[in-house]
Structures are given as structure tokens and as C-alpha cells.
Design a protein around this ligand. Sequence first.
Ligand code: NAD
Length: 255
Amino acid sequence: MPHPDPRFTGRIGLVTGAGSGLGRDVAAALSAEGARLVLFDRDAAGLAETAAACPGAVTVTGDVAVAADIHRAAQAAAALGPVTLLVTAAGILGPTAPLPQVEEADWDRLFATNVKGTWLALKYALPLMEAAGGGAVVTFASGAGLAGNVTFPAYSASKGAVVLMTKSVALGHVGQGIRANTVCPGPIETPMLALTFASAGNMAAEREAAFRARNPMGRFGRPSEITAAVLFLLSDAAAYINGVALPIDGGKQAG
Ligand SMILES: NC(=O)c1ccc[n+]([C@@H]2O[C@H](COP(=O)([O-])OP(=O)(O)OC[C@H]3O[C@@H](n4cnc5c(N)ncnc54)[C@H](O)[C@@H]3O)[C@@H](O)[C@H]2O)c1
């Protein structure tokens, strides 16, 4: 059924991490509201599943940490027309260990994906948006990017970098008609959250209960609750919102 009030008709965009979870949900919602998308992920099967819900979408398989891969995705978007939307949802949890126990290779992989991957998407999409006369960016940080985190400190550091990278884009590219905001979800029901609990081994159930208990609403978020905010931030209704790091977490950051 057509969307009753589509906000993105004819808009062209790139969504990274579109093969699962939040990236998939955002892509499907943008598509339902008329956007034409390039869907990027390292998981070809996941991408194909998302593409089935996004009529006219183009899929590009690759690694966000590899410049040539992201460049290919940006070129695929440019081939569709003026690019005015970017969502960077690709990310990994990385090692859930105290910092002294984090292995160098795991640290490097985490930062390559979460930080370099976000930068590369911006590197290739921002010039396209400038050429298009403007656009809107939403990056994916985390509540763990706004406050320290004892369960996954390395992830927290990587998401803190995403917050300030996004704010820098908001300041540095506003003159080109580009707005950039970042979302900072709390625990949201996706495969990554399941991994967060599974990484606690035989303490998985305890970790899940503790996460739930720490949330003011006593529950985890749903992907649609992140997607609603992402689409608002991308839309013209958010024309004066730039450089925001928005917690979407049932109120956890309030305390
Ligand atoms: N789910 C949560 O609780 C939560 C909370 C805060 C922030 N986030 C952030 O939201 C974003 C989406 O997370 P999600 O929960 O949907 O996770 P997810 O694991 O369901 O999806 C992440 C997607 O990113 C892709 N990806 C990972 N590394 C990649 C790489 N190097 N190159 C290309 N694709 C890659 C994966 O294949 C996957 O499709 C992430 O940036 C995550 O850090 C999630």
C-alpha cells in the first residue's frame, strides 16, 4: 500500500549497514516513503533480503572500512541522480572486555568499521550532496558514545568519535546546505543486542536482566522507534536541526 504522506519522493540516498537490524529498518521505511536507495553491507544475503522490501534499490556488497568499496557505493548512488540522503548504520560491537584485555587486532577492526567506515561514507557522500545543492546525514552513534561504558569500553570510544565527527560535519558543511545529526540508541532489539548478551557467556541472562533493569522504561527499544527519529532528522521538518546527538533510549541518558 502506498505511504499516505511520503516525505522522500524522488530523493536519492545511500544506507550503510542495510543488511540487518536498524539499517534495514531505516532503508525499508525510506523506500516506502519514496526514496531511491543504494543499500551497502558486507552481508550479500542480508542485503538481498532488505532489497526485496525496497523497490528500485541497488545493492552494493563491500566493507565500509575499504575506501574502494564505499567509493563504488557512492558512485552507484550518483548514477541514480543527485544524492541528498546518507545514513551510516554499519557498525560492530567489537570486544566486550576491559581495555587492558582488548587485543590490538580487535581494536583495529572495531575502529576501522565504526570510525573509519563512517568517515569513508562521509568522504564520498558529502561532495555528492554539495553538488546536489545540499542534503541530510544521519550517522549511528550510541548511548555508549555519550557516556562511559564498563561493559564495552572500546565500543564506547568508537561511538564517541562518531558523535564528534558528526558534529564537525554539521559545522563544516552547513554552508553547503548539508545538515548532519547522529542518533544514540539505547539497547534496541536487533542481532547486535543479542550478541551483546551472548558475549557474556554463561552470564548472558544476568547481563540481559541488568540492561533491562537499568532502563527507566524497563524494556528494550524496537527498531521502528529508531527509524522514526532517523526519518524525522532526514526530513525537511528537521530543517533547523543540525549537529544534534539524539539519545533514543527510554530516558536512560537523563540520569
Ligand atoms: N542494537 C542496538 O542496541 C544498538 C544500540 C546503539 C547503537 N547501535 C548502532 O546501530 C547500528 C546498527 O546496529 P544494529 O543493531 O542494526 O546491528 P546489526 O548487527 O543488526 O547490523 C549491523 C549491520 O552492519 C553490517 N556491517 C558490520 N560491519 C560492516 C563492515 N565492515 N562493512 C559493511 N557492513 C558491515 C553488518 O553486516 C550488519 O548488516 C550500529 O552502528 C550499532 O553500533 C545499535
